[in-house]
Structures are given as C-alpha cells and as structure tokens.
Design a protein around this ligand. Structure first.
Ligand SMILES: *Cc1c(COP(=O)(O)O)cnc(C)c1O
Length: 383
C-alpha cells in the first residue's frame, strides 16, 4: 500500500470534516435554511479578508474572480501596470489584453519579487495609470510580492490595487482594509482546504465606486448584481451549495485554530522546508522573498527532475508540484498551504532525501529532516 500525500500548492488536501460537510443533503438555495449558512459564511470571509466590505462568493475557480476584477473595475483603454513575475502574473496580462485594457508589463525575473522602487518609477512614468495588477504570492515561482508597500503608493492616488491572493489569503496576514488593497481575490482549493470550484472577491469602497462607471460586457460576473443578492444572504444564480457547506466548515476550522496561529503555522512549515532543503545543499528558487504557501527548490544537477517528481508521486506517494514553463523539470514545489502541518513537512523532506539518494545524489539521510525538526521543535507547547 502507498498512502497518497498531496503536497502541491493547489489543489491542496481536504480535511475529513470538510469532505463530510459536503455529503449533507442539498437544500434549496432560496430558503431561510440556506440563508442562515450563507450569512455565517459571509461573516467568516470578512474576518478572513479583514474587511468591512462584502466578500462575494463566486461559483468558479480562482481565475473567474480574476476575470471579475478586470471586467468590473477597468474599462477598455485603461492603463494598468501588470507585475509579471510568473505564470499568474502572465494571467493578469492575458486578462488585461483580452478586455482591451492598456497593460504596461513590469516583467520580474522568475523567483524574484518586484521592487517597490520599480513600481514607484512606473507610477511616475505613467500619470494616467488606473490600476496595478499583482499577486500576493506568485505560486509558480513561490515568491511573495511586497503588497503592503505597494498599497502605500496606490491608496492615495486614483490607482486601484488588485491583488490575486489565491495563495496569500489564509496563508499570511493580508488585512485588506488596513493596507488599502482595492480588490482581493482567492480560490477554494488552496488555503481554504476545499475542493476546487469556489472563488471569493472583495472590493474596496472606491473600487465599487469605480465599477459604476466601467462599461465592459459582464453578465455572470456582474459583481453589483451579485452584491445585491448576497446582501440578502442569497446569490444571483444557483450557488455551488455543497461547496458552500464545505466553506462553512473550513472557515470554522480556521476560526478554531485562530488566524494568528494559522499564519504562524504556514510560516513555520515554510521555514522548516527551506531549512531542510538548504541542509541538503539544494538551491531555493526564491531565497529573498519566499512565499509561505510553497517552497520552490532546484533539482540538483545530474538528477532528472521529471523522473524525481514522478518517482516521489508514484512510488513514494508524495505528490509535490513540478515547475511550469521554463522551470519544467528543473524545480520541485513543496507546499505548506492549507491542511498541511509539521509532520507533513517532515514527511516531505524525508521523502525528498530518500528520492534524491535513490537517484544517485549525494545525500546524508536525516540531515534535511533534522534541520526541519529544529525549527518545528521551537513551536511545541511547553511541558
Ligand atoms: C491557483 C492560482 C490561480 C488560478 O486559480 P484557478 O483556481 O486554477 O483558476 C491564480 N493565481 C494564483 C496565484 C494561484 O495560485
């Protein structure tokens, strides 16, 4: 028997509690019974996003919420700065192109974060800038961008800051209102510990204001219409009812853990993973601004990355994510996002050590594990 451990930065493992919640009978969504659940969910999402504004639930994967951001808040011809530091930055760019915005691409080397001065300079060079599109955590390169600092530049100007928080919300503290983020989106299959299929999006007051004057074709993702429905604990169209049950349960789990501990756990597992990899002599993809959602690590020279990844998944039952595009076969991405704890992290490093040794790499077994344990030890409750 090989137990399967999913350690990719989405989809992520779904706890039994959340899976069981989805087995409940489907009820009608235009009922007080559904309204009661949805009201609780809406409250939980506001806590998670740290916003006073409505957080809308959409029946789509995360990309749907990215598209909703663009069609509701930016008009054709609007100049937007797109921070493109990986696959998901590229997705903002494609969306901006598709809806005829005027994207200005700020290309960032994969594995690096954008520098605040680069954004500052772009703002200075483009006085008509209407928005900035960025990732809180660029999952393809396991890198965090400095959202808080960038929000300081946008919040006093007429520039909307749209943050793809799909591997940031619920991973590290990203208080939307306090920082002055205008649009924040997430998806269910990452930190929310749920199956794919739901997205959530919140807009600041000024983003709602802007949306009134933006004429872009939009129907399913018309957020004003959605907001009106959700204010009455209902949705514009039939919601993914079973996934709403799951969301209710996952929010309860997050609340039970407590948000500070939730963020601390992600940080701890991320530090342990990095320490474990470095103790094995592996090079990190994003050493300077690493994401607490996942750790990208280069496969050492002489080891076939594709085979290593497949062996770990199929022969050892540990499914990491590989690299995308130019990083295909070159990196592994070890997740610590969502329902992943200290001992999943230790398993990840142990499996990596064993697989590397199997492929002929010079590894001292236990070395990476020991380094990870050192970090995880510090968080054990006192006797
Ligand atoms: C997963 C992910 C997405 C895409 O989400 P889908 O749910 O596949 O549409 C977008 N941005 C980031 C940063 C992600 O990690």
């Amino acid at each position: 028997m090989i137990k399967q451990l999913l350690l990719a930065p989405g989809p992520t493992p779904v706890p039994a509690r959340v899976r069981a919640a989805m087995a409940k009978p489907v009820i009608h969504h235009r009922t007080p019974q559904f309204g009661e659940i949805f009201e609780r969910v809406r409250g939980g999402l506001k806590e998670l996003f740290a916003t006073e504004n409505d957080v809308l639930v959409l029946s789509s994967s995360g990309t749907g919420a990215m598209e909703a951001s663009v069609v509701n808040c930016f008009a054709p011809g609007d100049e937007v700065l797109v921070v493109n530091g990986g696959k998901f930055g590229e997705r903002w760019l494609k969306l901006a192109d598709m809806y005829s915005l005027k994207p200005i691409e700020l290309k960032v080397e994969w594995g690096a974060a954008v520098r605040v001065e680069q954004v500052e300079q772009a703002i200075a060079e483009h006085p008509d800038l209407r928005g900035i599109l960025i990732q809180g955590s660029e999952t393809s390169t396991t890198t965090c961008h400095p959202v808080e600092e960038i929000a300081r530049l946008t919040r006093d100007r007429d520039i909307l800051l749209a943050v793809d928080g799909i591997t940031a919300v619920g991973v590290y503290e990203l208080p939307m209102d306090e920082w002055g983020v205008d649009i924040l989106v997430t998806g269910s299959q990452k930190a929310m510990m749920m199956p794919p299929g739901l997205a959530a999006i919140a807009l600041s007051d000024r983003a709602w204001e802007r949306s009134k004057s933006v004429c872009q074709p939009r129907f399913y993702f018309d957020l004003e219409k959605e907001r009106a429905g959700q204010a009455k604990n209902s949705t514009a169209y039939t919601p993914a009812i079973s996934l709403i049950y799951a969301l209710d349960e996952s929010l309860a789990m997050m609340r039970e853990e407590g948000f500070p501990e939730l963020y601390a756990r992600h940080d701890r597992c991320a530090r342990a993973t990095r320490a474990g990899c470095e103790a094995l002599g592996l090079r990190l993809l994003s050493p300077d601004s690493p994401s607490p959602a996942a750790t990208g690590v280069f496969v050492p020279d002489g080891v076939d990355g594709k085979k290593l990844h497949g062996y770990l998944r199929d022969q050892m039952g540990v499914a990491f994510a590989g690299g995308q595009d130019q990083l295909k076969g070159k990196i592994l991405r070890i997740a610590h996002i969502g329902y992943i704890d200290a001992f999943d992290t230790i398993t990840a490093i142990a499996a990596l050590e064993m697989a590397l040794l199997h492929f002929g790499h010079d590894v001292q077994l236990g070395r990476g594990v020991g380094a990870a344990q050192e970090i995880l030890m510090a968080a054990l409750p006192s006797r």
